[in-house]
Design a protein around this ligand. Structure first.
Ligand code: SF4
Length: 472
């Protein structure tokens, strides 16, 4: 399947798309394979090995518990946050899981085998699952990689997946892998980024082989925005410390109360405070395992909602916008942001474990800048310029979360990156689209910088803030 807007914006749970959402999905897929292979009833024991970054920061990112839930057959987009809490409590008490939701099996977090210093060939986020029968005979095994943004790859199927991606990509009406190709479609046909993405989206088959209508795409994107809004709403009502032992206090509820008092008339001079609030709220909810939209990852999930909030409330001309106009802004923003997200997936990476935080927060900031420039009337060249500026000034950003938790620096970093995206858009819109560094050049630079970056700074919590700040 070609990468579509709903691959980049997926409903899931916190705190990490690569370390929570991906592993849960991998475990659930493995369990489905047990059913298909007809060996589920004979399973007597299970072995799970976690490698590289998953092993190094898995505890702080909820990887192990996500795997347990996946082994019970839960998928991250369907499980409710309340279900997560209740199932994990039952598992912790009983020391067992219900494999595929039906078969009791003695297995707990501490049974997982961790290999933090071993990186499998394909990707640093590797997982191996194996099940045996009563006699200890191997029934089925599989290796998966969580490659960022909740995407997983099964070992042995990489070539087939790449081939399928290539075929569907070539079959798209307006295929693009680079910003140059995207801009060419725009200039050849007089289209905007969002329109190119929409045309391709209408031609993309769903997993069940059904094609989406324009109405379905619009409804799907409005739903994505409603989940983002619901995430903020839920966060504003949860006070106290975030889980994990770092004693990070939730700030969003207090900030919200203060803003409601200080900014009763919605004075535009407070735009920055509201944008900060939205980013903090989303990322605090993510850090506590709540329902979020990967955009394009969980660690960077607050940037796009915060900038879209700015577009809906502070962009010129929105003062008296109708609901229909607002819906249109949501749809066009997410499609344009999604088009830029495709470029990062195709040419570089959105995985912090692969290229550092520049791939997560940098990509999200760049996507958000593109979305904002699009709905503020930028030409395709200006939209590309906005995306380029936002990434250029996130290059080299390392991933060094304290305690392996998606809290510090992640939460504040989303607010800072949202502001960067808004500034990048303003700069691009004051220009004429002509600029010295192209978006493609900056994406390739991000990829190369990520390759050169020490593993200490790629979601291993072995360098930077993670070792220089005392956890207490
Ligand atoms: S530092 Fe960046 S890449 Fe690393 S966990 Fe935090 S948000 Fe994700």
């Amino acid at each position: 399947m070609a990468i579509g807007v709903f691959d980049l914006f997926k409903v899931g749970i916190g705190p990490s798309s690569s370390h929570t959402v991906g592993p849960m999905r991998a475990a659930a897929v493995f369990v489905e394979e047990l059913r298909t292979e007809g060996c589920l009833d004979r399973v007597a024991s299970i072995k799970v090995d976690l490698y590289g970054s998953l092993a190094a920061t898995g505890r702080g990112h909820g990887t192990m518990t996500a795997v347990l839930l996946g082994l019970e057959g839960y998928y991250p987009d369907l499980i409710l946050p309340e279900e997560v809490e209740s199932r994990l409590a039952v598992m912790a008490e009983s020391g067992s899981i219900q494999l595929a939701g039906t078969k009791p099996l003695s297995y707990a977090v501490d049974d997982m085998i961790l290999h933090p210093l071993t990186v499998l060939d394909r990707h640093t986020n590797g997982m191996k699952f194996a099940v045996s029968d009563e006699a200890g005979e191997l029934l089925h095994e599989a290796t998966f990689y969580s490659v960022g943004g909740g995407f997983i790859v099964r070992e042995g199927e990489e070539d087939a997946a790449l081939q399928e991606l290539d075929e569907t990509h070539r079959g798209l009406p307006l295929p693009f892998r680079t910003a140059a190709e995207l801009l060419k479609h725009c200039s050849d046909r007089g289209l905007r980024f969002s329109e190119v993405m929409l045309i391709n989206e209408l031609d993309t088959l769903k997993a069940d082989g059904v094609q989406r209508s324009e109405e379905e795409v619009r409804a799907g994107l409005k739903h994505i925005w409603s989940v983002m809004e619901g995430c903020v709403e839920s966060s504003l009502h949860r006070e106290g410390l975030l889980p994990g032992g770092l004693k990070v206090r939730r700030r969003a509820p207090d900030w919200h109360d203060r803003l409601l008092k200080e900014d009763k008339d919605r004075d535009p001079k407070y735009w920055q405070e509201w944008v900060n609030l939205i980013a903090l709220a989303v990322n605090e909810e993510n850090a506590s395992g709540g329902r979020v939209v990967t955009a394009p990852t969980n660690g960077a999930a607050g940037i796009i909602p915060a900038v879209l909030y700015y577009a809906l409330n502070y962009a010129p001309g929105m003062e008296n916008a109708s609901q229909e106009d607002k819906d249109d802004v949501v749809v066009r923003f997410l499609l344009a942001a999604g088009a830029v997200g495709v470029l990062y997936k195709e040419q570089a990476s959105i995985s912090g474990a692969e290229v550092g935080c520049q791939g997560e927060v940098g990509s999200a900031s760049s996507m958000a800048a593109a979305g904002l420039a699009e709905v503020m009337g930028g030409s395709p060249a200006q939209v590309e310029n906005a995306a380029e500026i936002a990434m250029e000034h996130n290059l080299g950003l390392t991933c060094d979360p304290i305690g392996g938790l998606v809290q510090v620096p992640c939460i504040e970093r989303n607010a800072i990156a949202a502001a960067k995206a808004i500034n990048a858009t303003k700069m691009a819109l004051w220009g004429d689209g002509e600029h010295r560094v192209s978006l493609d050049e900056v994406i390739v630079t991000m990829r190369e910088t990520g390759k050169d970056m020490s593993n200490k700074y790629k979601e291993t919590a072995m360098g930077g803030l993670a070792v220089n700040v005392v956890e207490c």
